[in-house]
Design a protein around this ligand. Structure first.
Ligand SMILES: NC(=O)C1=CN([C@@H]2O[C@H](COP(=O)(O)OP(=O)(O)OC[C@H]3O[C@@H](n4cnc5c(N)ncnc54)[C@H](OP(=O)(O)O)[C@@H]3O)[C@@H](O)[C@H]2O)C=CC1
Ligand SMILES: CCCCCCCCCCCCCCCC(=O)[C@@H](N)CO
Length: 356
């Protein structure tokens, strides 16, 4: 029998032909190997799915941490950038860093494209009026045109045990991480639709938008909310030709991370481990995924694993890789669940001893 690709290939070796079972297995294997190669080739043919050169990009939380690294990357890519945050000092500093990065890039690439515009706006994005005012100001810098790309980075975490967290802390994180993203996206997208701008929106979730464990009860739900919003908007925006992407960073060594570690329970530290990446690595990785056109972008293995485990009904990134990871995900998840449960139970035992 020489009817299938595997049989055809095997016949080249001049050995006895494969049994039906062997043939099925070999064909499945070929499909897997082939699909691993399909996406890279497909991505290459598709080209850059997230061009930023000459575009006006609006970055919330753009003054420090991830947002600053994203802003500097954009400056190197030749974009016009407006950053929004509350404190003026870090905002001004980041604008300077963007100017330097853009100038250095121009010398390096000998590219003398049009002058890039960099602006900063001080606003509290967890406040609806201030979000709208900031967007108005940003548009005014570009003759009233709404920014073509919106990247939401502003967000915060106050990790604590559930019984130690105040309701105000729950509310504050939801107001900033979810509603803060919503106010800006809602206002900007309505303007994009009105003026027929085929823009793009990038939301920032977290590993904790895919999984929940002890210490993150006031934070993970805010990122699950962002993920829920992203799923609806990705689909709905297709009717206007707008792009919607969501980035799931794992630990990034940022000022925000140092700050949250002040309240992070020991057990939470133990579960999340000590590995992480810099905000520069995160920003570079995020743009890499966006250029490939991925809906859900990750920059570390664990979070990519969880992206598959918590996939629900969302677009694939790399067909072969997603499929392979999907096969082993249930085993890894079981192992993680088991380890995490015992860490939390042991922590509970220590707590009891302390109380006695
Ligand atoms: N660091 C990490 O390990 C991880 C972070 N994330 C997420 O990534 C994003 C960036 O995190 P990271 O860089 O660590 O955060 P940082 O705390 O380092 O930076 C936060 C930025 O947001 C701004 N910001 C905070 N509150 C407001 C507000 N109310 N209005 C306007 N701007 C505000 C800050 O400026 P200012 O204070 O002056 O307003 C700053 O520019 C967040 O959404 C976070 O949840 C996700 C996974 C892991
Ligand atoms: C085989 C692998 C199985 C699954 C592994 C799961 C690993 C979980 C690690 C969680 C790390 C938390 C990072 C985000 C934290 C965050 O968002 C805050 N720091 C906010 O600033």
């Amino acid at each position: 029998m020489t009817w299938s690709p595997a049989d055809l290939l095997w016949s080249l070796t001049n050995r006895a032909s494969l049994t039906v079972f062997e043939s099925i297995c070999a064909n499945l294997f070929l499909v897997l190997v082939a699909s691993l190669g399909v996406t890279p080739v497909y991505n290459l043919l598709k080209g850059n799915q997230f061009p930023t050169k000459g575009k006006h990009v609006y970055v919330t939380g753009g003054s420090i941490g991830l947002g600053r690294a994203v802003a500097i990357e954009l400056a190197k890519q030749g974009a016009h950038v407006t950053i929004v945050a509350r404190k003026e000092g870090p905002l001004k500093e980041t604008v300077e860093l963007m100017k330097q990065a853009a100038a250095a890039q121009k010398i390096k690439s000998k590219d003398h494209h049009v002058e890039q515009k960099f602006h900063w706006i001080s606003a509290d994005v967890s406040n609806r009026e201030q979000s709208i005012r900031a967007l108005d100001e940003a548009s005014a810098f570009h003759s009233g045109q709404v920014p073509e790309i919106i990247i939401i980075c502003a967000g915060t975490a106050i990790p604590k045990l559930f019984v130690e967290a105040s309701i105000e802390e729950f509310e504050m994180q939801m107001r900033l991480n979810y509603f803060g993203a919503l106010y800006t996206v809602h206002e900007a997208v309505r303007r994009m639709v009105d003026t027929d701008v085929k823009g793009k929106v990038v939301l920032t979730a977290s590993t904790m938008g895919l999984i929940g464990f002890a210490g993150y009860s006031s934070y993970a739900p805010t990122k699950f909310a962002v993920r829920g919003l992203a799923e609806c908007l990705r689909n709905e925006f297709l009717m206007y030709g707008l792009g919607l992407h969501i980035y799931f960073p794992g630990t990034m060594f940022t000022p925000g991370f140092d700050n949250e570690n002040l309240t992070k329970p020991l057990v939470t530290r133990e579960i999340e481990g000590s590995s992480g990446i810099t905000s520069e690595e995160a920003a570079k990785g995020m743009f890499k995924g966006l250029r490939k056109g991925y809906y859900a972008v990750t920059t570390d293995f664990e979070t990519d694993f969880l992206r598959i485990s918590a996939k629900g009904v969302t677009p694939m990134s790399s067909v072969g890789w997603d499929y392979l990871l999907g096969l082993v995900a249930p085993f890894g998840a079981a192992q993680f669940l088991w380890e995490t449960n015992s860490k939390v139970k042991n922590f509970g035992k220590k707590l009891l001893k302390k109380d006695l």
